[in-house]
Ligand binder design. Structure first.
Ligand code: ADP
Ligand code: MG
Length: 504
């Protein structure tokens, strides 16, 4: 069945209202598949390109479930944990949650480094429904005993591939070891690799695997170009490219640099050349980063020069151009960078600068995206010598492709994946298949878990099991019915903060 409308996904009227306010016309493919499954209680392992609407895909159903459960967080606790690699992304997700939660009675809080701990500690001391956090700050707060993981019902790992790139794996493992076994887990990644699959196996249980165009990681709407240059001409080329737009109020370009120092220097140089620019990178304070991003979003500067830390977090509407002034070290990063343009339905341009020094890096990118990126010709700085070297690499690749036509990236089948996660030291799934069509077989694992594990649940006080209901039917698992049988009272303090949808 194809789902054309948000109203077909099982979302509540209050959520549909905020979707209308956001002016989303129809659910994106990942939203169509993920939202009903998450509402059902399934774990998700999702792989989709950047700009495909992953945030709403996980945030909307989780918020609906939090809202309708009638449950509430206890002091120091939070019910949904959304882990993201960067502060910017935490901000972005926070902004989305605030937009989607306009008509809901939920609280959320962001916890990331570089800003004062106090507001985060204050919000957590009362308890929040949703916590959006970067791993470092989260563990920092945990070590200071300012939060407890005991109330987590939902875990979202967003941009999991980026988290691994940034070396967060030990932190993620530590966090996951603290979480209650009984939870619903969702893992999203823009690219797929063996490391991601390995991580997924330890986090999601019997997941619905959603893969949107995994073999075409580049967003097709992006007009990709490459300029072949001698190293000394890089800056001249950049000004030649950007100067014609210097006075266009609508024009926004994101320029990527490899080093923090390089980014600052380039922003200053561009400003001097008459192209208004600012830089955003990890050495800047959080407020300076917010300020630069704000200026860019408000169209007060034409160019934002960024290191890769900004590659994932920035969702600026109608960004016209991404420039890879320095090529990224990792091929996947190329996809994330150019994914900053062409968000949602918009289209954009991505121009990469290739010099003699990075022939190999560039060829690796072309190999990864399976595309010979068209040449940027409209420049006086074109270097035929560099282009010749690229052409040689392309010819070699074409020859190899002919020899080995089957060489495809490794894919895992759902079955293989599910089988693998069913044994070993796995936590049990909270997903219970309804015995709809095949009454005999469903979820033996789940049932086993019902009897043994559920009584150990950290939330057991909310979930006193009943023996039989008045119709003599067997009761649902305790965690499914806890809200109907026992509606706990929300503490006065939380009531106060929940008058509005609050955040720190
Ligand atoms: P991803 O996490 O997959 O990179 P995001 O969740 O950041 O993508 O969404 C990208 C942009 O698309 C955001 O500006 C978001 O508001 C918008 N968006 C999300 N879902 C829809 C939709 N169904 N229709 C239109 N725009 C959408
Ligand atoms: Mg995202």
């Amino acid at each position: 069945m194809s789902i054309e409308q948000f109203s077909q996904l099982g979302l509540s009227e209050n959520i549909l209202k905020s979707i209308r306010d956001a002016n989303y016309q129809k659910p994106s493919p990942i939203q169509q598949r993920a939202i009903p499954a998450i509402l059902q209680g399934r774990d998700i392992f999702g792989c989709a390109q950047t700009g495909t609407g992953k945030t709403a895909a996980f945030a909307l159903p989780i918020m609906q479930k939090l809202e309708t459960s009638g449950n509430f967080p206890r002091p120091l606790q939070f019910r949904a944990l959304i882990l993201t690699p960067t502060r910017e992304l935490a901000e972005q997700i926070g902004a989305n949650i605030s937009m989607y939660g306009k008509h809901l009675n939920l609280s959320y809080c962001k916890a990331y480094g570089g800003v004062s701990l106090k507001p985060q500690i204050r919000a957590l001391s009362i308890g929040v429904d949703i916590l959006v956090a970067t791993p470092g700050r989260l563990l920092d707060l945990f070590n200071q005993k300012k939060l407890s993981f005991d109330g987590v019902e939902y875990l979202v790992l967003d941009e999991a591939d980026r988290m691994l790139d940034m070396g967060f794996l030990p932190d993620i493992r530590k966090i996951c070891s603290q979480l209650p076994n009984k939870r619903q887990s969702l893992l999203f990644s823009a690219t797929m690799s063996e490391e991601i699959e390995k991580l997924a196996r330890s986090i999601v249980i019997n997941p619905l695997k959603i893969s949107i165009d995994p073999d075409k990681p580049t967003v097709e709407k992006i007009d990709q170009k490459v300029a072949m240059l001698e190293s000394l001409d890089k800056y001249n080329f950049l000004t030649e490219l950007l100067l014609p737009h210097a006075d266009e109020k609508d024009f926004l370009a994101l320029v990527f640099c490899r080093t923090k120092h390089g980014a600052s220097k380039l922003a200053k140089r561009l400003s001097k050349s008459g192209i208004s620019a600012d830089a955003i990178h990890g050495d800047k304070s959080q407020s300076a980063r917010q300020r630069a991003l704000g200026k860019f979003k408000d169209h007060n500067i034409r160019v934002l020069v960024a290191t890769d830390i900004a590659a994932r977090g920035i969702d600026v509407k109608n960004m016209n151009m991404v420039v890879n002034y320095d090529l990224p070290d990792e091929v996947e990063t190329y996809v994330h960078r150019i994914g900053r343009t062409a968000r949602a339905e918009a289209s954009g341009e991505a121009v990469s600068l290739c010099t003699r020094d990075n022939i190999q890096d560039f060829s690796a990118i072309e190999k990864f995206i399976k595309l010979d990126i068209p040449l940027y010709t409209n420049t006086q700085y074109h270097s035929e010598n560099v282009f010749e070297l690229i052409k040689k690499n392309r010819a070699f690749r074409a020859k190899m492709a002919k020899k080995n036509p089957q060489q495809q990236p490794r894919k895992i089948k759902d079955k293989e994946f599910s089988a693998e996660i069913l044994y070993g030291e796995r936590r049990p799934s909270v997903y219970m298949e309804k015995p709809k069509f095949n009454a005999g077989s469903p979820s033996k694992k789940g049932k086993k878990f019902d009897n043994k594990q559920r009584s150990k649940s950290p939330q057991k006080s909310f979930a006193k099991p009943q023996k039989q209901n008045s119709f003599g039917k067997q009761n649902k698992p305790a965690f499914q019915q806890k809200t109907k049988t026992q509606k706990p009272m929300r503490p006065q303090k939380q009531k106060r903060i929940r008058k509005n949808f609050v955040s720190n």
